[in-house]
Design a protein around this ligand. Structure first.
Ligand code: ZN
Length: 271
């Protein structure tokens, strides 16, 4: 891309700022909480947006319902390296709705900020990914190689039916370099990922109640190493069952997953 191309491209990006925010709001208005992990609705909206340009090829991949994965491909003017923009369509659950000051699925803008479930994690990143593909589709002569936008339907509960499945089964999900717009923090740019480490800690004492507490901050670190600013205590029934199964099958062991994202420490305490 020449310097002139780059200047034109950056000007186009700035002009589309408001449309990116509006797209993010649209994405927030489609629930994709995981569990249960139904990403069919949000995938359909993104398919509609990307199909506006016939140069973008779309493919749905479903490893396990209801998690829908979506791969979009776009070729430049001649063969070259393949860049992947990866993101996830699912979000953490809303949790206790009484704790929200706005409708979590409203996509509300207040005082210059967009609020809603998954606004940062990571529907803003999805809006940028979709907008990037659409913009590059209008400037195919300005780049070489191929762009793949790989959006997965299962990330928040481990990624087995999302990125892990695609890397093992879909060559289109692979590339020479990958960018993820998942929000670690507005101030942090990360290179690489660390993998997932589950640790179980047991304490002995006089038990009166047994309580598990996982803050959203801790769980965010577990998935992509970030916090979206929300907090919750306790787990949903589905998540509790999953974690109970993990505890029983891995008691006393530390497991290092090949796919997962970061470190999570689970504490079980008696008091
Ligand atoms: Zn995320």
């Amino acid at each position: 891309m020449t310097a002139t191309d780059r200047q034109c491209f950056e000007a186009e990006v700035r002009k589309r700022f408001d449309s990116v925010v509006e797209l993010c709001a649209e994405l927030i208005r489609i629930p994709s909480e995981n569990p249960p992990g139904d990403t069919g609705g949000i995938a359909a909206l993104i398919e509609t947006k990307l199909s506006a340009n016939p140069a973008i090829a779309l493919k749905r991949v479903i490893a396990r319902e209801p998690a829908v994965n979506l791969i979009a491909k776009l070729s430049g003017r001649r063969p070259g390296r393949r860049r992947v923009i990866n993101g996830h369509l699912d979000t953490f659950p809303v949790g206790n709705s009484a704790g929200w000051s706005v409708d979590p699925f409203g996509g509300v803008v207040r005082e210059g900020r967009l609020y809603g479930r998954g606004a940062a994690d990571m529907k803003a990143g999805l809006a940028v990914a979709v907008s990037t593909a659409l913009l590059l589709a209008e400037h195919r002569d300005a780049f070489t190689g191929e762009l793949a936008v790989v959006l997965v339907g299962d990330e928040e509960t481990g990624g087995e039916w999302g990125t892990r499945y695609l890397l093992a089964n879909e060559p289109d999900a692979l590339g020479d370099a990958m960018i993820s717009g998942d929000a670690g923090s507005p101030d942090v740019l990360r290179f690489g990922e660390k993998g997932q480490l589950w640790i179980e800690v047991e304490a002995r004492g006089k038990a009166t109640t047994v309580r598990t507490c996982t803050s959203a901050r801790t769980r965010s670190r577990a998935s992509w190493g970030h916090s979206d600013g929300s907090s919750s205590c306790g787990t949903s029934p589905a998540r509790s069952r999953t974690e109970s199964a993990r505890r029983s099958s891995r008691r006393g062991r530390v497991r290092n997953s090949s796919l997962g994202r970061a470190r999570q420490t689970r504490c079980r305490r008696s008091r």
